[in-house]
Design a binder for this molecule. Sequence first.
Ligand SMILES: [Zn+2]
Ligand SMILES: [Zn+2]
Length: 367
Amino acid sequence: MIDAVGEDRTGWSGAALSARLLQVLLAKQELDAEVLRLTGQWDAAAAWAEDGALSASSWLAHRTATTKADASVLVRTARLVHGNERTAKALAAGDISPAHVEVAARAARHVEDLYADHEDTIIDAAQAVSPEDFKVVVNHWRTIAESLIDHEPPDRRFDRRHFHLSPVLDKMARIDGYIDAEAGARLVATLDAMEPPDPTDGPEPPRTLAQRRADALVRLAMGERPATPTAMDVIVDLDTLTGRLPADLTTARCEIVGFGPIDRDTAVRLACDAAVGRVIMRGTSEVLDVGRRTRIPTPAQRRALNARDRTCVEPGCDVPADWCDAHHRIPWIDSGPTDLDHLELRCRRHHIKEHQRRRAPPQQRAA
Ligand SMILES: [Zn+2]
Ligand SMILES: [Zn+2]
């Protein structure tokens, strides 16, 4: 370990300061890794109980200069290292950093068993990317893990949607809400199409993005529409789409382009049918399916479908055809054909419900 404490660094060049900082941070990283290993052992032996503490994190919060939140993170991360051999080995070898393990431990909360099952794939990915990029990778793993164990059915998340608008003092109103990712992506794309950025050399200073979206929302409420319909593209890799863990997590993707990650079930439903372009990838470069080719009904098929079903087919629902998706009764991923006998109209809400109903654990489906 280098001794940099109290070192006189007056007159050091920038390069020398950078080099020393890197050295000290590396030493700290090694020490942090040791703290994780030791905390894991100490916790597994329940050594904290010998001092009358109720939990490992309360012992840490009382005996050390650690906040309760940081103590919980340390214990959670240390448990992941202690309980998973490959993780411990990669950390000891310096192949992954304590920051990687902390990110992994956060993502593995409540799905620790699946972490153990998928540990090799996760650690392979961790070794290949920075802790920052690993956040995205491991969150993608988490959405797949959730769909494998049915951790939180997406329709329960969908049920949490809400929109509050409350008058506040000073003649303003406050908006607050929660909508699903697809709705969010559509809304943002529509708002941004209606209010593109202002010129920087106009008579007035350009509005902020948030101001433009606020203006567009009001115009939308007054009945205006964007000049051109907004397009939405989904990128998802074939493994994720079919419910398998991608062998290389760093190339796995499941997202709405320009918006962000979505869960696997949303990708499956969007790929079933919706006014979205779809690009399904294998690896980073091989494009398997560029949407709109065979899975979207032709305009003639869609007219016939609208005439036959007229509204959403869910009993009691009368959402008109124009607002419905064409749902494949046999999932197209299982080679369900795009013909009238195998299509039906479903409004967005009942399209979500129907996919939820027929959703079987992917392992079962593959058998
Ligand atoms: Zn569908
Ligand atoms: Zn409906």
